[in-house]
Design a protein around this ligand. Sequence first.
Ligand SMILES: Cc1cc2nc3c(=O)[nH]c(=O)nc-3n(C[C@H](O)[C@H](O)[C@H](O)COP(=O)(O)O)c2cc1C
Length: 417
Amino acid sequence: MLIAAYFKRSEFSTFDLNASRDAPLPEVLNPTLKGNIMAKLFTSRNVGAYDLDHGVVLAPMTRLRTIQPDDIPSPMMADFYGQRASEGGLVIIEAASISQQARSYLGAASIYHDGQDAGWKAIADAVHAKGGRAFLQLIHGGRQSHVEVNDGRDPVAPSVVPFDGVALTQDGFVPVSPHRALETHEIAGIVDDFRRAAQRAKKAGFDGVELHGANGYLVDQFIQDGTNRRTDEYGGPIENRVRFLREALEALISVFGADRVGVRISPSGEWGGVSDSDPEATFSYVAKVLGSYGIAYLHVIEPRVKGDDTLHHGHGAVAAAYLRPHFPGPIIAAGGFDRESAIEIVDSGVADLVAFGRHFSSNPDLPYRLAHDLPLTPYVRAAFWGGNEENYSDFPAYEVQQADLRAVQDEESAEAA
Ligand SMILES: Cc1cc2nc3c(=O)[nH]c(=O)nc-3n(C[C@H](O)[C@H](O)[C@H](O)COP(=O)(O)O)c2cc1C
């Protein structure tokens, strides 16, 4: 069973660059913009263990298209990622829960049992077949969960701090179940789950893993003082609040090596109801800690974006800018970028790569389109959360779109003659 689309918002987002998917596309590139192909964004760079040919990254996107029951990665997921892979390009695969306890959304990916291994391998293979690199994002949802996806058990968190988020069950998006605070002795078990998930990811052929430390999930709940009220060695001062982040990260590094592990954070992000009394100090410290490990990259979501939506239109990229002095390695900036702002932030040196979510969802050849300043196909929000291949893995590449357009024009001319 595949999960049906729960959000049926039919309108296209106001963030779309083009008015309509059906509008004819220009056949000739704008020659004045061709020079931008030489912008730093489109040149080669080193990220951890890998040499990449460009800096346009696929952002992780949970699309709720696993096969149920058991969260088996589906063939259409392999198609989706293969289509978005490019020679020397990095794709970050959607969040995969590291255990049953870690699950948040019915239909979302997970990586904790043997039945899933072949599906994950197919995804890694599809990316490699195009010459791309694939990192799998690993997640524990923490309090963003529900007893129905959690084997009847209460969701867990650093502390009990009620919030009104949603989880996805058979009944659609419903309020999360009340959570309980983790006992200190339980935390090592979750760290082990991260290690085991990384081992499965490695066996499947992924080039690396990304620790999901963003968007108010478990790692983020430990980092921020609004959700971490603990009095043991995992709570209190920031040195303690990053202990869980460190332990989970070290578990991933023990499997892949630091140069094949990235970390995603969302300073001041509003998804998941997290908050911190001094986000800039907290996340600057986090960046410094992460830098000391020599990880492959730091992936930063700008606070102008909340999850899958732009909340604060017109806001600049503030988080990557204040973290830059604290992290010596590659920074991937994400959240609300278009071609122009992506070129700008990489040229400025504030970020080294830019991850795109929504635009990549509807433009499988996004790196090519951005490099050549070609029009983008608008994304379809109604297909974000669950559904089938439609508006998921059926978006054509630009050249295919053009060929189709020419075929229609030829047919029309033949009919008119
Ligand atoms: C449908 C959808 C699912 C998402 N799932 C994830 C996820 O699994 N992990 C994550 O870190 N971010 C997730 N995000 C956030 C994106 O990675 C990205 O940060 C966000 O879309 C903003 O970037 P954009 O403006 O380029 O779309 C998701 C976004 C969308 C639209």
